[in-house]
Write a protein that binds this ligand. Structure first.
Ligand code: C2E
Ligand code: CA
Ligand code: CA
Length: 676
C-alpha cells in the first residue's frame, strides 16, 4: 500500500540517538543495520546542514511543530554524500507523552542534483558530471527529460526499460505521444496543465502503457527546469502497480464474500445507496429481491458443512445466470442472498411485473435438482420483493421491506415469492413515530452518555462516549436504533452538540482529580456534523465554555465522513489538531477510502472495526484485514485500537499482531457515569 521501497525509516530517541532503523535506511546510509542503533542520527548529516536539522528537530520535540520536512545531505559510511528528504514526526504514547521521533528518509539525490544543475556554475557542473550521470543511471525510477517546446525526449535513463519497456536509445528523440505511454491521453494534458500552473507536480497516480501495450499504475512526479538555457521538463515515473494490487486485494477481502465471490453486505449497501440516489434522478424504479433457502440449516446439519458450502456456491452461480450485467447479487451471510434489479420501468406496476418475472426465473433455477459430490439433492427458496425509487426511501427501509416480504413468503408455505405490501407499511410508519419521539426527547433531555473504557497495555487510559436514549415507554433504546434516524432527519446536529458538551464537561471535571487528569474521551462525530461549515468553531467554543483540555478530546470520524473533499477535511482537522484535539478513524476497513490517500490525513489513530475483531479467529479474511491495518498504522505512525474485543483469545491474537489498545466487553460494557 505505502510504497516503502525508496523510503527508509529511522526512529530516534528524544536526545537524538538512533533507536532502530529498517534495512532500507541502513542501505541508504551504507551501514549494516546493526551498527546504527546508539549513534547520533545527526552525525550522519553533513556538518554544514546539522544546525538547521537540530533547529527543526527541536521544534518537533518541543511540540511547536507536529511534523517537519527537510531536504539535506547525508554522509554515507563510505563518505559518499547523498541528498535525502527527511520527514520527521514526533511519536507520542496514547497519553500524549513524547516517545521518540520517527523519520522517513527518502533518497532524492537524482532529482535534487538535477534541480541544482541549473543553478550550479558550469565549472562545478563539469567536475560533478560523472557523479550526476551515475545517479541518473542508477535511479530505479524512469527519468525522462523532455524539451518543453516540442515534447521531444532529450535524455532518459536505463530504468525506462524496466518501467516502460523501451530501450533508452529508442525513447530519446521521440515524444511521449509517439511512444504511446498514456493509457488515457487526458492525463498528459492534466500533467501539462499542472506544470504550467505551478512548475511542478508530485506523486500523480495515473494509468500508463508499456511498449507491449500492458497497462500499469504509474506514480509520476515532474518539474520544469532549464538545462543549458533550454526549458525542459524533468519527469520521474515509478511503477506502483504492486502497491495498487495490494490495495485492491484488501478491497476484495472487505467487499466480497470469499465463499461465493459475490459482493457482501457492505458492498450491497453501497450499491443500494448509489441506486437510491440514481433513481431519484432518473425516475426509473429498482427492485430488491431478498432470498432465503428453505430449510438450509437442517440440510447443512445432515449433509455436512462442506456440502452446504457447495450448495451455496451453486446457488450463487444459478442466481447470477438469471440476471443482466447491470444487476447485483450479493450474499448477506448464511443462506441469505439479495438481488438488486436496476433501471426497471418508471411505471410501478410494470416494474413490479418485471421484477416478478426475474424472481420466478430465479425460483425455478433454484428448484432444479443439485448434484453435489455425486449425490442428487433438492432445495427450494422463499423470496421477498420490494419495488422502490418512488420517494425518499433509505437503504435500511428498502432492505427491511424486502425482508418483511420474504417472511411473508415463508409463512405462505415456502418455495414462493411475495411482494412487500402497503399493509406492512405500518412497520415503516413506526419510524416516523420514532422521529417525532426523538424531537420530544431532545426537549425533555431523555439522553444520557455512557462511557466504555479503553485499555492500553493493561492500563485504563480513557473511554469512548456512547449515547443512550431513555425512552419514556420503550425503555433504553440502543444507539444503532436511533442514531441513523437522527442523522437522516438532521436531529443529529443538536444531539451531537449535546454529546460534545457533556463529554467536554466530563473532561474538565476529571481534570480536577489526580487519577482522572490523563483520561481521554473519544466522541463520535457523524458526517452531517463534520460537514457543517461551523464545525470547527463549534468545537472550539465548546472547549472554551467547558474549560476542557483539548489534549483529552479525541474525535472519532468514519471513512465516509471524510468523503472526497480531502483538502477541506484536512484543513478542518488541522485547525483542531493544532489546538491539541486528536482524531481517530472509526470502523476502519469498512469504507471506501484509498489507503494511499490516508497518509495525507492528520490522524493519530486507526480503529479496527468490530466486525473484523469478532471474526478474527474464524475468518482468515478478517484476520488478514486486521493485520494489514496494524501494519499500515505502524508504517504511517498512527496508533491502532481494536474495538468489540469480547474474548481473551481475540485480545491475545491482536496483541500478537502488534495491537495493544483495546475496547470491548472483555474489559467492560459501556457504563453510565455513576458506575464508571
Ligand atoms: P461505534 O462508534 O462503532 O461504537 C461501538 C459500538 O460497539 C457501541 O455500540 C458499543 O456498545 C459496541 N461494543 C462495544 N464493545 C463491544 C463488544 O465487545 N462487542 C460488541 N458486539 N459490541 C461492542 P452502541 O453504543 O450501540 O453504538 C452504536 C453506534 O452508534 C456507534 O458505533 C456509533 O456509530 C453510534 N453512536 C453511538 N453514540 C454516538 C454519539 O454520541 N454520536 C454519534 N454521532 N454516533 C453515536
Ligand atoms: Ca466509535
Ligand atoms: Ca466503531
Amino acid at each position: 500500500m505505502v510504497d516503502q521501497e525508496a523510503i527508509g525509516t529511522v526512529s530516534t530517541e528524544l536526545n537524538g540517538h538512533i533507536l532502530r532503523c529498517d534495512p532500507r535506511f541502513a542501505e541508504l546510509a551504507g551501514y549494516s543495520q546493526g551498527d546504527l542503533p546508539g549513534r547520533i542520527f545527526l552525525d550522519l548529516i553533513v556538518p554544514e546542514h546539522r544546525s538547521a536539522c537540530e533547529e527543526a528537530y527541536g521544534r518537533l520535540t518541543s511540540g511547536q511543530a507536529s511534523a517537519v520536512s527537510l531536504e539535506k545531505r547525508l554522509v554515507r559510511q563510505d563518505d559518499m554524500v547523498l541528498w535525502v528528504r527527511l520527514t520527521a514526526t514526533l511519536q507520542r504514547d496514547l497519553d500524549g507523552r513524547p516517545l521518540h521521533v520517527l523519520t522517513l528518509v527518502e533518497d532524492i539525490d537524482v532529482r535534487k542534483t538535477f534541480e541544482m544543475k541549473n543553478s550550479l556554475s558550469s565549472g562545478i557542473l563539469r567536475t560533478k558530471e560523472e557523479r550526476y550521470r551515475n545517479a541518473f543511471q542508477n535511479c530505479p525510477d524512469a527519468v525522462l527529460i523532455t524539451q518543453m517546446s516540442d515534447g521531444i525526449i532529450v535524455e532518459a535513463n536505463d530504468a525506462v526499460m524496466d518501467v516502460l519497456g523501451y530501450r533508452r536509445e529508442d525513447a530519446i528523440g521521440r515524444t511521449s505521444m509517439e511512444l504511446d505511454i498514456w493509457a488515457d491521453e487526458n492525463n498528459r494534458q492534466r500533467l501539462a496543465d499542472a506544470l504550467s500552473e505551478t512548475g511542478s507536480c508530485r506523486d500523480l497516480h495515473i494509468r500508463l502503457k508499456k511498449k507491449d501495450g500492458a497497462e500499469f499504475w504509474g506514480q509520476v512526479s515532474a518539474s520544469t527546469t532549464q538545462i543549458e538555457d533550454i526549458p525542459c521538463v524533468l519527469a520521474f515515473i515509478r511503477d506502483i502497480s504492486a502497491a495498487k494490487i495490494a490495495e485492491e486485494e484488501i478491497r476484495n477481502l472487505a467487499f466480497y464474500d470469499p465463499l461465493t465471490g459475490l459482493p457482501n453486505r457492505r458492498l450491497l449497501w453501497e450499491r443500494l445507496r448509489q441506486a437510491l440516489v440514481a433513481s431519484t434522478r432518473s425516475g426509473t424504479k429498482q427492485a430488491l429481491l431478498f432470498l432465503d433457502l428453505d430449510r438450509f440449516k437442517s440440510f447443512n446439519d445432515t449433509m455436512g458443512h462442506h456440502v452446504g458450502d457447495l450448495m451455496l456456491q451453486e446457488t450463487a452461480r444459478r442466481i447470477a445466470s438469471c440476471l443482466r450485467e447491470v444487476d447485483t447479487v450479493a450474499r448477506l451471510g448464511g443462506d441469505e442472498f439479495v438481488v438488486m434489479l436496476e433501471n426497471l420501468s418508471e411505471i410501478p406496476e410494470v416494474a413490479a411485473a418485471q421484477a416478478k418475472a426475474v424472481g420466478a426465473k430465479i425460483l425455478a433455477a433454484l428448484g432444479r435438482p443439485y448434484v453435489l459430490e455425486g449425490r442428487e439433492c433438492r432445495s427450494t427458496s422463499s423470496m421477498g420483493i420490494t419495488v422502490f425509487g418512488n420517494h425518499n426511501e433509505s437503504t435500511n427501509e428498502v432492505l427491511q421491506q424486502a425482508d418483511i416480504a420474504m417472511y411473508q413468503a415463508k409463512a405462505a408455505g415456502r418455495n414462493t415469492m411475495r411482494f412487500f405490501a402497503p399493509a406492512f407499511q405500518s412497520i415503516v410508519n413506526a419510524r416516523s413515530a420514532l422521529e417525532e419521539d426523538l424531537k420530544e426527547a431532545l426537549k425533555q433531555n431523555q439522553f444520557s452518555l455512557y462511557y466504555q473504557p479503553q485499555v492500553v497495555r493493561g492500563l485504563f487510559h480513557g473511554a469512548e462516549a456512547l449515547i443512550r436514549w431513555q425512552h419514556p415507554s420503550r425503555g433504553m433504546v440502543a444507539a444503532d436504533d436511533f442514531v441513523p434516524l437522527a442523522e437522516e432527519s438532521g436531529l443529529i446536529l443538536p444531539l451531537g452538540d449535546w454529546v460534545l458538551q457533556t463529554a467536554c464537561t466530563q473532561i474538565a471535571e476529571w481534570a480536577g482529580r489526580p487519577e482522572g487528569a490523563h483520561l481521554r474521551i473519544a466522541v463520535n462525530v457523524s458526517t452531517r456534523e463534520f460537514r457543517q461549515s461551523n464545525f470547527v468553531a463549534n468545537v472550539v467554543k465548546t472547549l472554551e465554555r467547558t474549560g476542557a483540555n483539548p489534549q483529552n478530546l479525541v474525535l472519532e470520524l468514519t471513512e465516509s465522513t471524510l468523503g472526497d473533499n480531502v483538502e477541506e477535511v484536512v484543513a478542518k482537522m488541522n485547525e483542531l489538531r493544532t489546538l491539541g484535539v486528536s482524531f481517530s478513524l472509526d470502523d476502519f476497513g469498512t469504507g471506501y477510502t484509498s489507503l494511499l490517500s490516508l497518509k495525507n490525513l492528520p490522524l493519530s489513530q486507526l480503529k479496527i472495526d468490530r466486525t473484523f475483531v469478532s471474526e478474527i479467529l474464524s475468518d482468515p479474511a478478517s484476520s488478514a484485514i486486521a493485520q494489514t491495518i496494524i501494519c499500515l498504522s505502524q508504517a504511517m505512525g498512527f496508533s491502532v485500537i481494536a474495538e468489540g474485543v469480547e474474548t481473551e483469545e481475540q485480545r491475545s491474537f491482536l496483541s500478537n499482531l502488534g495491537c495493544h489498545a483495546f475496547q470491548g466487553f472483555l474489559f467492560s460494557r459501556p457504563l453510565p457515569l455513576g458506575q464508571f
